[in-house]
Each structure stands twice: as structure tokens, then as C-alpha cells.
Ligand binder design. Structure first.
Ligand code: KIV
Ligand code: NA
Length: 276
């Protein structure tokens, strides 16, 4: 398993970091066996697994439930769990308690929080002091979708670009071990990556980030098939599953399944004895 220290070294050695989301035992097992460096139990759980239209309805209990399953499936991979909507905004104390609960329940290696408000920076500092590594997340922060006014590229004008550069620096200063940059123009993500000594992990943020993260279901085309433009679809799992399921349906209806080998046969003398 790569530790946070080893992941940090990868940046210095110009080696790209890979991260993929996972939400359950099988996805975690496959992520671990593929050699991917880090797993994120993202609150994208809400969209891709639970069928919500945003991450806002995802709860701490949801994250813990899925985080535990991921940990069982990937016991030897660096696992990050997202702190969900408003679990860290009521107060720093409340955020600390939720973080303690999430770490102790899931046994993850780090937590991730969105934004760089003073409050969130303070939480990152306190968690780091308490021994909880934290990953920041700026740019498009889906928990704030209704304030941002939709899922769109961030940092496209001078003011917001400068604010993102400042936010990234503040996250590093507060002790964040990495920063996710979501939906940020290439040039800006590249500049931030060169300014920070901690790794940046991009999603829709160009190739100059120190690492890349994709949502499991997006990169596999598994579930909803309207993935964002920055996704590379490496497989079409929907197609494979759909054709298998309709073949099963057809085979049962045409009485081609189950066949002899897929059935249990009784001893012939017993069949006669029982007059079956
Ligand atoms: O929840 C998630 O999947 C994420 C990634 C997109 C970074 O936060
Ligand atoms: Na997330």
C-alpha cells in the first residue's frame, strides 16, 4: 500500500498518482487488484449508486456504511472517505466529532472536505493535529451546487481564478495532504500544481495535475450513461450487463436454463421408491 508519505514522494519524482472512486466490496476489490494508488469513497455515491440528483442527500451513515464495505474489499489500498453535506459546517467541534466517528467506523486513511472557508481551514488544521490526514477539494464543489448555480467549470475569470490559487495555498498551509481540483481550466490547474508542494488530483482539470481521479461508474459506463465530457469511458459495462440479463431472460423463457449440469439429480432408486 502507498502511504500518504509515499504519495507525496510521487509528486517530487514526477510520477502521476491514480485515484478511483469505489462504493462497495466488489468495486473496491477490482480497484485494489488493478494497481490504482488510492480509492475515494466519494459522496458521488449519492448520484451513481443511490440515484439521488446531487450529493446533498448523502449522510454520514451512508458514507460509513459504504466506507466499511470498501475497506473490506481493499484492505491494502489508501482509502479516502468524503465528509458529506453539512457534516462539517455547523461548527468545527461538530465537524471534529463527525470526523472521529467516520474514521473509527470505517478505518479509512484520510477524509476529504470541500471548499476553503475559514471554518473548513480551521477544521483541516484541527483534524491534522488530531492525526487525521485531510484532502481538500476546490473548483467545482458539488455539495454547493445550488450556490454555484449548476455543475460548471470554475475559475474562468480573473477574480475566481485568483481566489482558487489562494484557496489551494491556504489548504496546503492548513495541513491538507492533497487537493482535488474539479472542473478547473488546464492552465489554472497547472499553475496551482506547480505552486503547491502537496499533490493536486485533477478531475476535469487537465493533464498537469499531479494525479487524476475518476468516478468508477463514469469510467466504466456503468449505470446512468450521461457522463461529463472530461470522462474517458474505458469500458461499457452497461452493455455487457444488459446483454447478459436479457440472455438470462430469454433462456428461462425458452427453457434453455437451467440445463442438466446446472441441476441436482436424485438417486434413481430413490426416485422409483418415492414414485417421483
Ligand atoms: O465524490 C466524488 O466522487 C468526488 C470526486 C469527483 C473527486 O469527490
Ligand atoms: Na465528493
Amino acid at each position: 500500500m502507498k502511504t500518504s508519505v509515499q504519495l507525496q514522494k510521487m509528486k517530487q519524482q514526477n510520477e502521476k498518482i491514480t485515484m478511483v472512486t469505489a462504493y462497495d466490496y466488489p468495486s473496491a476489490r477490482l480497484a485494489e487488484s488493478s494497481g490504482i494508488d488510492m480509492i475515494l469513497v466519494g459522496d458521488s455515491l449519492g448520484n451513481v449508486v443511490l440515484g439521488y440528483d446531487s450529493t446533498i442527500q448523502v449522510t454520514v451513515e451512508d458514507m460509513v456504511h459504504h466506507g466499511k464495505a470498501v475497506k473490506r474489499g481493499a484492505p491494502d489500498t489508501f482509502i479516502v472517505v468524503d465528509m458529506p453535506f453539512m457534516s462539517y459546517h455547523i461548527s468545527v467541534e461538530e465537524g471534529m466529532r463527525q470526523a472521529q466517528y467516520m474514521m473509527q467506523q470505517t478505518n479509512a486513511h484520510a477524509l476529504k472536505v470541500e471548499g476553503a472557508s475559514n471554518h473548513t481551514l480551521q477544521l483541516i488544521q484541527r483534524l491534522t493535529e488530531a492525526g487525521v490526514p485531510v484532502i481538500g477539494h476546490i473548483g467545482l464543489t458539488p455539495q454547493s451546487v445550488h450556490v454555484l448555480g449548476g455543475y460548471r467549470v470554475q475559475g474562468k475569470d480573473k477574480q475566481t481564478a485568483l481566489a482558487l490559487i489562494e484557496d489551494a495555498k491556504k489548504l496546503e498551509t492548513s495541513g491538507a495532504i492533497q487537493v482535488v481540483l474539479e472542473c478547473v481550466p488546464n492552465e489554472l490547474a497547472s499553475h496551482i500544481s506547480s505552486q503547491l508542494s502537496i499533490p493536486t488530483i485533477g478531475i476535469g482539470a487537465g493533464k498537469k495535475c499531479d494525479g487524476q481521479v475518476l468516478v468508477y461508474h463514469d469510467l466504466l459506463t456503468y449505470g446512468a450513461d450521461d457522463s461529463p465530457s472530461f470522462v474517458q469511458q474505458y469500458a461499457d459495462v452497461n452493455h455487457i450487463i444488459q446483454s447478459a440479463l436479457s440472455q438470462f431472460d430469454r433462456d428461462v423463457k425458452e427453457q434453455n436454463f437451467p440445463n442438466q449440469e446446472q441441476s441436482f439429480v436424485m438417486d434413481k432408486t430413490l426416485v422409483q421408491d418415492l414414485k417421483l
